[in-house]
Design a protein around this ligand. Structure first.
Ligand code: BTN
Length: 313
C-alpha cells in the first residue's frame, strides 16, 4: 500500500492529491490512507498534508522494499544487521524464492573476501541476492562474473561512471575500488541449493577513512545519488542477464569490461604470491597468468593487484 500511495503521489507531479480520491483509487478508507501517510512521514518522506489532500515534496535515500514494485515481496530491508550474508543464508535455508534480496543501510560485521572486514557505513549500498541456479556447481562462478559485468555496464550506461571490472569481481574507477562482491553457495547432492551474491557499493558514503584506495559514486559525480536508483537499475539488468537460457556468453562479455587482462598482476593468497601477465580467463573464471618463463598458470582465487608498468613490487 505504501508503494501504491507513493506512486500515486509521484505520478501527480507535485500537485495536491485529495485524500478522497486516493482512498477511491486505492480501494481503502481515508483513515487507512492517512495512517499510511503518517507512517511514511515518520520514515522520512516529506509529504505535505492539508485540508485539500497530500503533496509529495521529497523522498529519503532509503531502500525500502516498496520502492521496488517488481520485486517487493522478495525484498527484505533492514536498517542495521551484522551482515546481509548471514540473513540471506538463513532465508535461503528456510526456502525463500529465487531472486530474493536482503538489503541493509548499515552492517556492523560486514564481510569482505578472504575473511576481511567490509566497512559498511551510512550512505553505502549493501545487499545480498539469493539465487537458485539450475547449472552445475562447477560453473557457478559465472553468476558472480555476470553480476560484476552487469554492474559495470549499468554504472557506465545509466550513471556515466567509467566503471570496469578487476578480476574476479571488483568494480574499479580510475584504479580505485567502488564495489566489492562476495559469493557463498550451498550444494546438496551435487546440485546448488543456493548461491548468495553479496554486493557492497560505495554510493554516498566516504570509504577512504578505512580504505584509502577506494572511491564512491558521489565522489566521482560530485552529486548525492539515490541508492534506490542504483539498486533498481542493477536488479533489472541482472535479472534480465541471468534469465537468458544459458550463461555461456558471460565470460566473453566480461572480458570487454575488465581492466585485468593484458596487465601485469600480482595474485596474493594466504599461502603465496604469484606474479605474471594476465592473459585470459577460462570458462569457470580462473585467471590464466603467463609467468616470466613463459609458463601458463591457472589462478583460482586470491587478491589481484594490478601492477604499474614500472613496478618491481
Ligand atoms: C570484497 O571486496 O572483499 C567483497 C565485499 C562484499 C561486501 C558485501 S556488502 C553486502 C554483503 N554483506 C556482507 O557482509 N558482505 C557483502
Amino acid at each position: 500500500m505504501k508503494g501504491e500511495i507513493l506512486r500515486a503521489l509521484t505520478e501527480n507531479h507535485g500537485a495536491v492529491y485529495s485524500g478522497e480520491k486516493l482512498s477511491e483509487v486505492l480501494g481503502v478508507s481515508r483513515v487507512a490512507v492517512w495512517k499510511h501517510i503518517k507512517k511514511l512521514q515518520e520514515l522520512g518522506y516529506l509529504i505535505e498534508s492539508s485540508g485539500n489532500g497530500y503533496k509529495l515534496i521529497s523522498v529519503p535515500d532509503v531502500v525500502y522494499s516498496w520502492e521496488f514494485p517488481e520485486w517487493e515481496s522478495n525484498i527484505h530491508y533492514f536498517d542495521e544487521v551484522d551482515s546481509t550474508m548471514t540473513i540471506a543464508k538463513e532465508l535461503a535455508a528456510k526456502g525463500c524464492p529465487h531472486f530474493s534480496v536482503v538489503i541493509a543501510d548499515r552492517q556492523h560485521a560486514g564481510r569482505g573476501r578472504l575473511s576481511r572486514q567490509w566497512y559498511s557505513t551510512d550512505g553505502g549500498l549493501y545487499f545480498t541476492i539469493i539465487l537458485r541456479p539450475q547449472i552445475p556447481p562447477a560453473l557457478m562462478s559465472r553468476y558472480g562474473f555476470a553480476a560484476s559485468l552487469v554492474l559495470a555496464k549499468t554504472l557506465q550506461e545509466s550513471f556515466g561512471i567509467d566503471a570496469y571490472v578487476k578480476w574476479p569481481n571488483d568494480i574499479l574507477v580510475n584504479e580505485k575500488k567502488l564495489c566489492g562482491m562476495l559469493s557463498e553457495m550451498d550444494v546438496v547432492d551435487e546440485q546448488v541449493s543456493f548461491l548468495n551474491i553479496g554486493i557492497g557499493i560505495n554510493v554516498n558514503n566516504d570509504p577512504t577513512h578505512d580504505e584509502p584506495n577506494a572511491t564512491s559514486i558521489s565522489a566521482l559525480t560530485g552529486e548525492t545519488v539515490q541508492r534506490k536508483e542504483v539498486l533498481g537499475a542493477f536488479l533489472k539488468a541482472f535479472e534480465k542477464e541471468i534469465s537468458r537460457s544459458s550463461l555461456d556468453h558471460v565470460m566473453e562479455e566480461w572480458k570487454k569490461y575488465t581492466l585485468t587482462l593484458g596487465r601485469d598482476v600480482k595474485i596474493v593468497t594466504v599461502n603465496d604470491t604469484t606474479k605474471g601477465k594476465a592473459v585470459d580467463i577460462d570458462d569457470t573464471g580462473a585467471l590464466i597468468l603467463e609467468q616470466e618463463d613463459g609458463v601458463l598458470t591457472k589462478i583460482f582465487y586470491g587478491d589481484c593487484f594490478h601492477q604499474a608498468s614500472d613496478s618491481r613490487d
